[in-house]
Write a protein that binds this ligand. Structure first.
Ligand SMILES: Cc1cn([C@H]2C[C@H](O)[C@@H](COP(=O)(O)OP(=O)(O)OP(=O)(O)O)O2)c(=O)[nH]c1=O
Length: 203
């Protein structure tokens, strides 16, 4: 497709997530991926939006710190996703049993998914962090389905132990908000923020 970003700026995705890579690729902006190693612990009392914004920023900053001082003009994107149920943050499950327990708590009701995107302009130091919240509703899921889904391993590297874009879709009866926010990169928000950095997807 003949769509390219008009800016000459170089975009770096600070992520290990194959989903984020695929989602960003769908914008047809040339970009590189540099996996980010950032400490993901935050104080207990933090609000969900504070957590995702801080972690998205940490991921972008961690990659910024690895770049040569003379790195060419680049905008670094960091992102973080969490699932929140009754004020409790569900990250990625450590194992199959924890995945099953998360699913058990999510089924038959609604929860919120928060994703933040952070952008840093390496040359100017300009930084912007925004987040979106999406409400996801799941149908009642029977115990044998929970066990079978947990066994697939699909949810193991996903916040909340499910993938809306995969087999986990069969549990989801509705969403309110951005779908891509749930998968890990809210594309409408990202394109808006990138625009503030002079990177325009369609212009
Ligand atoms: C709820 C949900 C989450 N997820 C994923 C998105 C994120 O990749 C992951 C949440 O973990 P994150 O810690 O946000 O990201 P990550 O460790 O996968 O990647 P990064 O290197 O960028 O830190 O859960 C889905 O893919 N589908 C879903 O339905």
């Amino acid at each position: 497709m003949e769509i390219a970003a008009s800016s000459s700026q170089y975009v770096i995705l600070a992520s290990t997530s194959p989903r984020r890579r695929e989602l960003l690729a769908s914008l047809h902006i040339p970009f590189a991926v540099i996996p980010s190693e950032a400490d993901e612990t935050t104080p207990e009392q933090w609000e969900p939006e504070q957590i995702v914004m801080e972690l998205a920023l940490r991921k972008a900053k961690a990659v910024q710190a690895t770049l040569e001082p003379a790195a060419r003009e680049a905008v670094i994107i960091g992102s973080d996703t969490i699932v929140v149920l009754d004020g409790q943050v569900l990250g990625k499950p450590k194992n199959e049993a924890e995945a099953a327990s998360m699913l058990r708590s999510l089924q038959g009701r609604s929860h919120d998914v928060y994703t933040a995107v952070a952008c840093i302009d390496v040359i100017t130091g300009r930084t912007e962090v925004e987040y979106r919240r999406t409400t996801v509703t799941m149908r009642t899921v029977a115990e044998d389905e929970i066990a079978a889904y947990a066994r697939t391993g699909e949810g193991l590297d996903k916040a909340g132990a499910y993938a809306i874009q995969g087999l986990g879709s069969i549990f989801v009866t509705g969403i309110e908000g951005c779908y891509f926010n749930v998968v890990g990169l809210p594309l409408s928000l990202l394109s808006e923020v990138l625009g503030h950095f002079g990177i325009h997807v369609l212009r």
